[in-house]
Write a protein that binds this ligand. Structure first.
Ligand SMILES: [Zn+2]
Length: 481
């Protein structure tokens, strides 16, 4: 009896897997149909041929809850399968391939001409069950063999193209470490590694007791930043609550470009970098307790000077968030370009590109409602966007507006696509705020909001940028005057 139950469960898992593959094939067909429809509609209204693709992948991405970059890859996959690789598409429909394995076949034939790709598809014939039972690596090998055989020249071209993809990236590792990765042509990569190794070997033969790996890592940081230890003189922007900084609170901090870091780590790096006790210095400067009204807006900042060590440039920037909602508080500007203070503010608030599901770094400070359509240069009408998303937003039929529901919540925008679908984007929670919304109706909070408004009014009247102040803090606790 139990065996039968087990068999039934496995049968259903298999049946669902087949359906997932079939649905992926259906999505591919729909994506191609959508792409063709968009092109037709856009060319009818006279959009130049080279711009016809703009935004199609981005719309598919939003619908599939993926990043725009992934959306473009999915569209590319769909086109290759539907237009050039009918056998692979049939295998996907039948469950003989899943979406990932179909992606591998498309990827390995990407540099071939359309005709060669079709003939590889025919040779492999995945719909005849030829790839059944092969691991992913074996499947890639089969596709690569067939592809290289057809067009040995494309292999060389592919290598030349690969060199244009060189880059450096950063991603988190456990325990507040990170991987700094460089994708390099092999000669450059080997040269860098050999130089670091030679340096480490020579220090160790002179008696340095650090491990070779440690010395190599230190040398990489020093040579790249030009500074021993690697971090002075380069601004590290840490965002944390005042409670984390001054009261040993455990609310984590955010390090832009990296992500969330534990509270104790954030305190340590500030203490280490500022050498003398920054807490005392900050209190002297009136930062911790006085609130903005009394702190002396122009020079509340403490940096090296405040800690008595002019050589150290520890910049802490104070950002004020509204009690209850955690939204950053806005200031307006008459200027068309976002002033530096406002840009920093948006950077801190948005952290990464504001397009839903997009993790790309911010490259543009965008007017949500464009300047030429009357959009203001303000925190509410500003957002951080990645390069590609900024271009997509300019494509025909795309509109955006600050989200009307924003109110007391974190900053919101609404993105409308040419098909009339709309998507909400909410700024990520800052340290000290939770994802869920707090009840902001309590009397205490309302009182604090009123006080915020007064302080802001005064700051505006004095013509200063609240953001040009020096420290990071959080008004919910710090503004309790
Ligand atoms: Zn983006």
């Amino acid at each position: 009896m139990a065996e039968q139950d087990g068999a039934r469960l496995i049968d259903e898992i298999r049946a669902l897997e087949d359906r997932k593959s079939a649905l992926a094939a259906r999505q591919a067909r729909l994506a191609v149909a959508f792409d063709q429809l968009q092109r037709r509609q856009q060319s009818e209204v006279g959009i130049p041929a080279d711009q016809l693709e703009a935004g199609t992948g981005a719309q598919i991405a939003l619908a599939r809850r993926e990043s725009p970059a992934k959306g473009n890859r999915l569209l590319g996959l769909a086109k290759a399968l539907v237009i050039e690789m009918p056998h692979s598409l049939a295998a996907l429909e039948a469950g003989q391939l899943n979406e990932w394995r179909a992606t591998l076949l498309v990827r390995e034939t990407a540099c071939l001409s359309s005709a060669d790709r079709s003939s590889v598809d025919e040779e492999l014939a995945p719909d005849a069950g030829t790839l059944t039972g092969l691991g992913d690596r074996a499947l890639v090998a089969a596709a690569r063999t067939a592809a290289y055989r057809r067009d040995p020249r494309s292999v060389t071209q592919r290598a030349a193209h690969a060199a244009t993809e060189r880059h450096v990236s950063l991603r988190p590792a456990p325990d507040t470490m990170c991987y700094l990765t460089a994708l390099l042509p092999v000669s450059a990569g080997v040269a860098v590694h050999a130089a670091l190794r030679r340096h480490a070997d020579s220090l160790r033969s002179d008696g340095d007791e650090h491990s070779r790996g440690q010395i190599m890592a230190d040398a990489l940081v020093e040579r790249t930043t030009g500074t021993p230890g690697g971090i002075t003189g380069i601004e590290i922007q840490l965002i944390m609550t005042d409670r984390t900084l001054f009261q040993d609170d455990s609310e984590p901090a955010r390090l832009p470009g990296y992500g969330i870091v534990p509270a104790a780590w954030a305190r340590t790096i500030i203490r280490d970098t500022a050498s003398s006790a920054p807490t005392a210095a900050a209190r002297d400067a009136g930062i911790a307790d006085a609130g903005i009204a009394d702190a002396g807006i122009a020079d509340a900042g403490f940096a090296g000077a405040a800690s008595g060590n002019a050589a150290v440039n520890t910049w802490l920037r104070r950002l004020y968030t509204a009690p209850g909602s955690g939204d950053l508080i806005a200031m307006d500007s008459q200027a068309r370009l976002f002033p530096a203070g406002l840009r920093r503010f948006i950077q801190a608030r948005d952290d990464t590109c504001r397009t839903p599901y997009c993790d790309a770094p911010i490259r543009h400070h965008d007017h949500i409602i464009p300047w030429h359509e009357g959009g203001t240069t303000s925190l509410t009408n500003g957002q951080g966007l990645g390069e590609a998303c900024n271009h997509t937003k300019e494509a025909p039929g795309w509109t955006a507006a600050p989200s009307p529901a924003a109110g007391l919540r974190r900053h919101g925008t609404e993105l409308r696509t040419p098909t009339g679908h709309s998507y909400q984007s909410t700024a990520p929670p800052l340290p000290g705020t939770r994802l869920d919304l707090l009840n902001v109706q309590s009397r205490g909070l309302r009182r604090r909001l009123r006080r915020h408004a007064k302080v802001l009014k005064r700051a505006r009247a004095e013509g200063g940028w609240l953001l040009e102040l020096a420290t990071i803090g959080h008004c919910v606790g710090g503004c309790r005057a």
